[in-house]
Ligand binder design. Sequence first.
Ligand code: GUN
Length: 300
Amino acid sequence: MPARLIDGTAIGEAMRGELQGEIRDLKRRGVTPGLAAVLVGENPASHTYVRMKGKACDEAGLYHETLRLPAETTEAELLALIERLNADHKIHGILVQLPLPKHINTQRVLHRVDPGKDVDGFHPENVGKVSIGDPTGFRPATPYGVQQLLVRSELEPTGKHAVIVGRSTIVGRPMAALLLQDGPGGNATVTVCHSRTRDIKAVTRQADILIVAIGKPEFVTGDMVKPGAVVIDVGVNRMDDPSLKKGYRLVGDVKFDEVKKVAGAITPVPGGVGPMTITMLLYNTVQAARQWARERDGEG
Ligand code: GUN
């Protein structure tokens, strides 16, 4: 029997609907959650992502600004812009789109973002909070979205063996932290594989839940998956396809046509993890605004 499709578009839309009540409450208290996206240079995929994030803010009724800077921007100029956004009361969340140009030190920039506005969850303070399960920390949007996909598809990770392929700071590592947590959406036994893992197939075949974020098109093939496993594909890769007008098509890190015959449930690309990432960015921006309003009103 082919795998059940996990529909990230539908789950993401439902979750954005659920967020509307809280956005209304905040507005009633005089707080419109605001997001600033900072984009440096001309990476076409980054421009697309930032445009989609802005559109999602508009649709949800959030305030947003996109700050587009030329590729030659110096690190000092970028740091000065972040300082300005840290002090701006209209802005509750700041997102610096990655990758940054090579002459800029990414860590230095990410560490300059006020941890209370770090809706990407990349500042060490938030990495630490997420690692110890402190709910005031911001969970990076992609792994947070994967966790929500599992919970809302009744694929609760508790007691399961979750194998993550990829150890990036944006997906693999925070994914492991979330699935390890003691609570709903967590309680998994977690293994993280990466480019140096020996006999990776022997490991991925043990997964009840296989999460793939390695950035290699169609890396996971049918023989790497245990029959009936849940497969979450975080990859977004452009593959040349001259038969299409735009000249490329999007494929994930999973060989979908092969793996869907083996898996019990699977996310498509596009329409799986992608819409959830944007949804969780909205959740994080609302969380930032809520925490800011609590502090303003002395609610602790
Ligand atoms: N580039 C790739 N993924 C992300 C992300 O989640 N946030 C930001 N800011 N940049 C990215």
